[in-house]
Ligand binder design. Structure first.
Ligand SMILES: Cc1cc2nc3c(=O)[nH]c(=O)nc-3n(C[C@H](O)[C@H](O)[C@H](O)COP(=O)(O)O)c2cc1C
Length: 138
C-alpha cells in the first residue's frame, strides 16, 4: 500500500556537511530501486525526513536509517496510507533550514512556525505536518 512516513531526529555534531552529501548520495543510489521518494530537511541540529512509497519499503528503510550514527533520537511522527505521492520525481529532495529563521525561508505563519518547532521536538503528530514540510519546497 502506498504510504508516507515522517520522522524527526537529532543530528549528531560529528555529522558534517560532507556526511550530508554522502547521505544524499546513498538516497540517490538506493531509493530509486525501492521506488521511494521524499524530502530531507536538515539544520545544524535536526533532521526531518518525509518518505513515501510501498509501506514495506519505507518501514524497512526507516529501520535501517534509525541505526545510522549520524543522528540519534529518531521519533516517528506519522505513518499513513496516501492516495498519491507529494514528491513523485524526487529520490530525495534536500534543503537546509535554520531553526531560528524559519519564517524567512518559507511562507509559514507564526502559528505554523510554532507547530514546526513542536514537530522538531517530536511533539507534533497531526496531519498538518506534511503541509508544513511542503512549505520548504515551493
Ligand atoms: C537523516 C538520514 C536520512 C537517510 N536517508 C536515507 C534514505 O532515504 N535512503 C538511503 O538509502 N539511505 C539513507 N540514509 C543513509 C542510511 O542510513 C545508510 O547509511 C545507507 O542507506 C547505506 O547505503 P549503502 O548500503 O548503499 O551503503 C540516511 C541517513 C540519515 C542519517
Amino acid at each position: 500500500m502506498l504510504s508516507q512516513l515522517v520522522y524527526v531526529s537529532v543530528r549528531n555534531p560529528s555529522c558534517t556537511e560532507e556526511e550530508i552529501q554522502k547521505i544524499l548520495a546513498a538516497c540517490k543510489r538506493n531509493n530509486k530501486e525501492k521506488d521511494v521518494t521524499g524530502v530531507l530537511l536538515y539544520s545544524n541540529t535536526h533532521f526531518v525526513q518525509y518518505l513515501e512509497g510501498e509501506y514495506s519499503k519505507i518501514s524497512s528503510l526507516y529501520d535501517k536509517i534509525k541505526t545510522d550514527s549520524r543522528h540519534k533520537n529518531a521519533i516517528m511522527i506519522n505513518t499513513a496510507p496516501i492516495q498519491e505521492r507529494s514528491f513523485p520525481s524526487w529520490q530525495m529532495g534536500a534543503k537546509k533550514f535554520d531553526n531560528d529563521e524559519i519564517t524567512y525561508q518559507t511562507d509559514m505563519s507564526s502559528s505554523e512556525k510554532v507547530a514546526f518547532k513542536s514537530l522538531l521536538s517530536g511533539k507534533e503528530s497531526n496531519n498538518l505536518t506534511i503541509g508544513l514540510i511542503k512549505k520548504f519546497f515551493k
